[in-house]
Design a protein around this ligand. Sequence first.
Ligand code: SAH
Length: 225
Amino acid sequence: MRIDIITLFPEMFEGPFNHSIIQRAKKKNLVEIYIHQLRDFGIGKHKQVDDYAYSGGAGMVMMIEPIATIIESLKNERAYDEIIYTSPDGKLLDQPMANKLSTFQNIIILCGHYKGIDERIREHYITTEISIGNYVLSGGELAAAVITDSMVRLIPGVLGNEVSALSDSFQDQLISPPVYTRPRNFKGWEVPDILLSGNERKISEWKLDQSLKRTRERRPDLLNE
Ligand code: SAH
């Protein structure tokens, strides 16, 4: 999978993309991530990328030309499955969406800033708009990092045996059962006996039971979907 991210703040990705699972996926050549500095495509001597909104109002708007230039140059190189804009009014990111995105070859993610981007970019270039939650962030970078992490960990071969994406919460509309590790007893707080019983069938039943109980208690909305 190839991911092209368009941003005014490339440094914001240095943390999220250079550690843990995403770093491993890059090393194994299972994902290639290219971060493009939008300002390089800015207009004039000052490399302008934003301007005042027509009709006024507070806040700057990201201009159409720099974004159009970079998106068109990328599209000339290869076909893209999706051109994503991170947006609080987009479709809410969830596990089925991450699953679907992880099957794609080439994706562009455009990060907005300020008041957002000129609407004509959304109309003419963007194929999908994704929100990571019902709150407003200062920019699309954190959202792009979240979207990228949720899809890269699903690419076959990225996760080792110690973590399995399929047993994670949401994969079956249920949240995960509780997990425990050593010691068996800490200050009198015991690990449930069943987990040490060695009875595989009973353990699976217990896990499913716990998942259902937790989902009912914490996320009943998932059971209604
Ligand atoms: N004025 C806009 C918000 C702009 S916030 C509005 O009210 O809809 C600046 C940028 O941050 C946006 O362009 C978008 O790219 C990003 N952003 C903010 N909140 C987000 C969210 N919940 N999910 C994804 N991206 C978000």
